[in-house]
Design a protein around this ligand. Structure first.
Ligand SMILES: *[C@@H]1O[C@H](CO)[C@@H](O)[C@H](O)[C@H]1NC(C)=O
Ligand SMILES: *[C@@H]1O[C@H](CO)[C@@H](O)[C@H](O)[C@H]1NC(C)=O
Length: 410
């Protein structure tokens, strides 16, 4: 993560507002929220003091092209292979200020045959420092905690995704059930090489994200009978099958503040806020422990046009719809040895984990086990579903914002 703000015009951004996406999400009932919270322990894998937690396995120095990086990557891959997710390891060599380095992104997909996917992502590398003791930097918030959470979310939602696939196969979709959601799978991306080796620049940063976005933009796909939301006249690439890219970064410290950066995903930001509110109201999250909401009220940020340099940029520039979930201001320990297990707050991590469980369960039309059939249809919230016309769907060409590199380092 990087502190400069890149700024572009609001008018360019608002072009993206009508693209594929906004729809009513079915809200889980409060008993379903409770079920989702209870399905699996929501703290265990995020507890750095537990030697069996996902976090513990990731929380080591892991700059690109090191043995530790391979260890962490193999751990991520084997965890997701256990779930039988489809794994792609996207390896490439790129020159860096320290010569050519190997990088490997990990992409894990629940159903690789699905016509569309919603992506949950974070970077798994830690920042390289040449000398001791800085080279022991483990990047707890940057972004080990997010990676551990992604693994836990995959494990939690996996059986619910299986149950949804079964409902679809048996033609047993609730009439209220969002057909759009039924064609969307969950994909995780663990980016390598997010951090600059020396000083953040266009060529020394986000190595993995740049490589993947470029590769996918050029990967044309055969027509898919179910890819009905994409205009037939728009060539389909791997990139265009991403409905939304959700990028997590710098999460895990207490009292985060996250803002909405992009008008076209403001509705998804609102869905996160709404999930948090309902979890607090249901008593599943304890406001007395957590303090105020994790989210800045959206109206107060509407005229903030800046955003962070991060892994989403190469996707955003190619028209992918992005929800950037990053604590801002950054944790005070950012890029220091202090960004270790001691800065992580377990109740905060548990809260993030539950917020994302709810968010993705609702996005994907999942039903936590015991809340299945005998409940009334989930109520719709937000606006009525947006009608998707062809003109709204030609997003590959629609949105190429102009970046102005304004040096407002904070
Ligand atoms: C690899 O990780 C271990 C912790 O498991 C750490 O002690 C060691 O310093 C790391 N190696 C490098 C080269 O950073
Ligand atoms: C990096 O890739 C090269 C070429 O594939 C390989 O020879 C080398 O062993 C790799 N380095 C590491 C650390 O894996």
């Amino acid at each position: 993560m990087f502190r400069w703000l890149l700024i572009w015009s609001f008018f360019t951004l608002s072009l993206a507002a009508s693209l594929l996406g906004e729809r009513a999400l079915p809200a889980l009932s409060s008993s379903a929220l409770t079920d989702l919270a209870k399905m699996r322990d929501s703290s265990k894998n995020l507890d750095a003091s537990d030697p069996h937690s996902h976090l513990q396995k990731i929380l080591i120095p892991r700059p690109p092209d090191t043995e530790n990086s391979t260890l962490v990557r193999n751990y991520i891959v084997s965890t997701l292979r256990n779930l039988k997710w489809h794994i792609e390891e996207d390896s490439f060599i790129e020159s860096t200020p320290y010569g050519p380095k190997n990088f490997t992104n990990v992409i894990a997909t629940k159903d690789p045959e699905a016509p569309r996917r919603v992506v949950l992502s974070a970077h798994f590398d830690s920042k390289y420092f040449p000398f001791f003791p800085q080279n022991q930097f483990v990047g707890a918030t940057d972004s080990a905690a997010s990676c551990a959470m992604m693994l836990d979310i995959a494990e939690t939602l996996d059986p619910l995704l299986d149950a949804r696939a079964k409902r679809i196969e048996e033609g047993d979709l609730d009439p209220e059930e969002d057909e759009d959601a039924a064609e969307t799978t969950l994909q995780l991306i663990f980016f390598d090489g997010e951090e600059a080796f020396r000083v953040w620049s266009d060529i020394d940063s986000i190595y993995g994200a740049r490589h993947l976005a470029e590769t996918w933009a050029a990967a044309y796909l055969p027509p898919h009978p179910k890819r009905r939301l994409l205009s037939p006249s728009t060539p389909t690439t791997q990139l265009s099958t991403i409905e939304h890219l959700v990028l997590l970064d710098l999460l895990g410290a207490a009292h985060p503040l996250v803002r909405s950066y992009f008008p076209d995903t403001a509705w998804l930001f609102d869905a996160l806020v709404d999930a948090e509110t309902r979890l607090r109201t249901a008593g599943i999250l304890d406001a007395a422990v957590l303090g105020r909401s994790f989210f800045r009220p959206r109206s107060a940020t509407d005229n903030s046009l800046g955003y962070m340099g991060d892994d989403h940029l190469p996707f955003l520039r190619r028209g992918v719809s992005v929800l950037h979930v990053i604590a801002e201001p950054f944790p005070s320990v950012w890029h220091t040895l202090g960004d270790d297990a001691t800065v992580l707050d377990l109740p905060t991590l548990r809260a993030w984990n539950l917020i994302f469980r709810v968010f993705f369960a609702e996005y994907l039309g999942l039903r936590p086990e015991s809340s299945k059939r005998d409940e009334p249809s989930p109520s719709k919230r937000h606006a009525p579903p947006v009608k998707k016309s062809d003109s709204e769907l030609t997003r590959d060409s629609a949105f190429i914002p102009e970046l102005q590199n304004t040096d407002c380092e904070s």
